[in-house]
Design a protein. Structure first.
Length: 102
């Protein structure tokens, strides 16, 4: 399915504690009319038909059936961008994705 970096997992755990919840993190992707991907994530205790549940870095994750093919092979990371810490979606299925250069 997809993975979560250690840095992203640490921040997700902080958010779980702050929200006083143990709900899994739901990740969804919506493909816009222009083909671009729009990512959504949030804690969700509801179970929907077709959901896939799995774990990465100790984080319980869930993805819906429509999003599953679009997130296969993706990495969610938590990095500093212009002085601000942000979640980033490194997804080779996304038309806007550019592989990191060495």
């Amino acid at each position: 399915m997809f993975t979560v970096s250690a840095e992203a997992a640490a921040q997700i755990k902080v958010s779980l504690a702050a929200g006083n919840t143990n709900d899994p993190l739901r990740v969804a992707v919506e493909r816009k009319e222009d083909g671009m991907f729009h990512y959504q994530m949030g804690f969700d205790s509801s179970e929907k038909f077709g959901d896939t549940k799995f774990q990465s870095e100790g984080i319980e994750l869930v993805v819906d059936a429509a999003s599953a093919p679009m997130v296969n092979g993706m990495l969610i990371d938590y990095v500093e961008i212009d002085g601000t810490m942000e979640f980033v979606f490194m997804n080779p299925n996304d038309p806007q994705y550019k592989a990191p250069t060495e």
